[in-house]
Design a protein around this ligand. Sequence first.
Ligand code: ATP
Length: 434
Amino acid sequence: MESVMEKLVSLCKRRGFIFQSSEIYGGINSCYDYGPLGVELKRNVKELWWQRLVQKRSDVVGLDSSILMAPKVWEASGHVAGFTDPLVDCKKCKGRFREDELDGGDASKCPKCGGELTQPRQFNLMFKTFMGPVEDKANVVFLRPETAQGIYVNFLNVQATTRRKLPFGIAQIGKAFRNEITPGNFIFRTREFEQMEMQYFIRPGEGEKWIEYWKEERLQSYLDLGIRQEKLRFHEHSDKELAHYAAKAYDIQYEFPFGWQELEGVHDRTDFDLQRHSEASGKQLSYFDESTGERFLPHIIETSAGCDRSIMCLLADAYREEKERVVLALSPLVAPIKAAVFPLVKRDGMPEVAEKIFTDLKDSFSMFYDESGSVGRRYRRQDEIGTPYAITVDTQTLEDHTVTVRERDSMQQQRIADSQLAQFLQESLQKRSR
Ligand code: ATP
């Protein structure tokens, strides 16, 4: 029997959400391409994050920093020396594992074949390349393994140009690259992925207050995307798990089909980052408080989410198998298509009326028009890609300008005047966004 993950991967491919990268060449391990529906879903996830973190707040501004940065950034941040995972090899089957992920059982034995494992070696996860035509050590640059450092090194630029007072945040969405030892579980862990990070600069001593605030705020954002509450939880890092820069750290975890795993990290990074970059660059990344006359290094609370991982969570949470259909019960906020328009039959002037409705709504909503096959089949096709509403033009429409609107999850139908459709869609989307 196919597992839920296998079914999801196949649905994503069949319906144009996500394809294996370079598939015609046999693919490349752990790299994926977002197809026509996937890219809409991804854009919605990023847009909602940006609206929530930047647009709707008065204390957070945005940034888009470059992927390639001065190599000194990664020395100061601790990534050159310490962004490593312990790699172990199986002497028998040659399998490769992260030692810290070998939980349960005998950690000295291969989890696949029971063979003997090598001693762990520290493996640096940063991808390297060369800047310019000469491939020597002096020209090595790294593909950023996180977007956060682009924010720290721009702290003064942003603070000076926006004249922000503490507390304030800087948010950024962008690609990150990690040469993961064990990528897998579809888009859950890949080597190229997109992060949505926000760094919140605060006064020293206020870490506890703000980490509590951001934990709750970020958890709420997943609930507002319709993720089931019982599938979400916090995991507090133990002393052993804490990264070198963090004073306190929580993961927001989701119960994926393959178990509870991190969705987002909320970390109290203290003044570690600004301190390190001040020392290494010689530029004081400090803050001057005009009201008290004090100068100090702000502390940072970070919220670090994976966009692709959020999509994995949304898909896994939305997937339902019912008697006669498969439904992606995606929140209308993220659904790639908000409504589909069908003429009941392909005659009697119904396609023309349906096309007009489709064209009018298309200016404001992502829409789909379909006139092929039975109406039942058309409903099923939309259910499977998570379209919240299907609008059908039938004989009655030709008489009184009303249409049938079918809701995806309940399959209930109601008649609505075609002139009211835009308002209906607008209101149902707003309702879900609170
Ligand atoms: P892990 O311990 O699972 O490797 P991490 O603790 O190193 O992850 P962070 O550095 O906190 O992860 O990254 C922040 C967020 O970025 C994660 O919560 C996740 O959503 C996303 N992320 C990190 N690595 C990957 C990856 N390889 N593929 C997809 N998303 C990732």
